[in-house]
Design a protein around this ligand. Sequence first.
Ligand code: AP5
Length: 223
Amino acid sequence: MRATRRRMRIVLLGPPGAGKGTQGDRLADRCGVPKYATGDILRDAVRRHTPLGLEAKRYMDAGELVPDDVVVGLVDEALESPESRGGFILDGFPRTVVQAERLAALLEKKELQLESVVYFDVPEEELVRRLAGRRVCSACGAVYNVHSEPSRAGEACQACGGGLETRDDDKEETVRNRLRVYRESTEPLLDWYRGQPTALHELVAVGSVDEVYDSLLSVVGCS
Ligand code: AP5
């Protein structure tokens, strides 16, 4: 009997600052699958002043969710790309039950199955600490943290020398709203996925980045 190769198709779910992006990048590199982060796609559109970016910016600056139709369209487009055929990681999508239902419908149409959802569980005070300490390279997008993952080049990016900046939506007031929006709109997804056949892994995502990565690999290692 011929063994069928497993395709990694996973969703990383969790509150702002839980480490989805950090861990998703590592996993994508190791497993050779693309990571699609709706937040990154939207920020790129904002930087390029596209019509999508102009529409999204007012929601993002306020810490609100961008309308479902917009983000579902972005993911639909990403999943059409040939590189996603060997598997993919979705970071920060879905974030509402409507998005999850639309993702399920998209995948069904493509005759694909979501393999698992990984929920990053981090206490709120730690989320606030991580978001306040996050710095992002304005040139290459590398993510650092003044508390836990500082750049070895000080105020510059250790990878490319670019300047480090704080994300617009990491201001204290916006963070508070993002956490509220998370509790109201995204947390209900946990119960929704508990009622689905897709495996839901609940990861206690505290400890060092390496420790969390080891726990992540133990539940979704690449084949
Ligand atoms: P998005 O960019 O997705 O933001 P988020 O979900 O709020 O997540 P973050 O990027 O803040 O956190 P993360 O979990 O990736 O953590 P990270 O690894 O960076 O969305 C931004 C906005 O876009 C939304 O508010 C919304 O407006 C819009 N949007 C996006 N998707 C949408 C959707 N589907 N629907 C509607 N609107 C959407 O880590 C955070 C920091 O902690 C870093 O500094 C990192 O170095 C550090 N860190 C990571 N792991 C650890 C660790 N183990 N210990 C200590 N520090 C750590």
